[in-house]
Ligand binder design. Sequence first.
Ligand code: TYM
Length: 329
Amino acid sequence: MKRMLSGIKPTGQLHLGNYIGALKHFVEYQDEYEMYAFIANLHCITVPQDPQELHANLRDCVALYLACGLDPKKATIFLQTDVRAHAQLGYIMCCHTYMGELNRMTQFKDKQAKGERNLSGGLYTYPALMAADILLYDSDYVPVGEDQKQHVELTRDVAERMNNRYGDLFKVPEPLIAKVGARIMSLSDPSKKMSKSDETNKGCIYLLDDLKTARKKVMSAVTDSLGQVKFDPENQPGISNLMQILSSLSNDRPMADIEAEFAGKGYGDFKRAVADKVCETLEMIQGRYQEILASGEINEALAIGSDRANKIADAKLAKVQKAIGMEII
Ligand code: TYM
């Protein structure tokens, strides 16, 4: 069985972009692949965090993994800090990643370009830690949204470099990017990615938004004056973004099908259909989320998951340390 690994960094509440670009696919793949889904809490602290908020977000993230359908009997679900090999291999990867490579990573470059001050060293070297996350498990595939592709490509480069230097250490992984919904855009500004750092709070639908709020966000999404439901991301980015959301939440319904259904109808009808679908999805997730919080499922899932993950990660770390000459015995 091929192996797959991915993670989410809950620096805030999980949102519809995380679900459509990543989480939904973890769930779909868990039957077909050996799936490792972790909560990237080391990555969270690359930017300042309020400890209480972070703690709550981590629990919510595990609860949402389960509520969206990840099954601890099939998938290995764990917290990054429960597997210490991540930090240890992360340091080794950092020593094998060039500064020139890190300088090219757009996420760091964007923050720097915005003039954000006091960016941490951890934020800069974060892609090396991400490489460790992936390579520890000999992952064949890494299902991610489009914004993470560059990091998986860097992971491939560093893995190949280390394989050439030390022998066959790592499997070289491939990014797996969904055809629909790999980059969900902000509802209030479709030129920007939907993200947790949305200042207006209008462009981002959180998985735990109450249904009324979520519906309002969809109904007030920015569109255009062309008055046609057509998939044309360049000229109709707002409408195309809503179409991606609708398609992805309806089993990747073809765009032509959606265009045909709404031909000659107004944007109001179309937005209502998107809002219905979004609310239906959130309602299902939120119902399960409440049950999970009231049960002991979170601790149970993490205990099983960290046990499984540690076994694999420890063996890989030992192999790497030996190959690079860091062991005495
Ligand atoms: P993060 O937490 O920013 O995002 C988690 C996943 O959600 C996807 N995503 C989106 N997809 C579509 N549209 C959007 N608007 C959108 N926003 C986010 C991301 O592409 C990602 O797949 N560095 C990673 C976490 C990480 C990781 C890893 C992932 C750490 N180690 C190892 C895979 C493998 C991150 O910050 O994702």
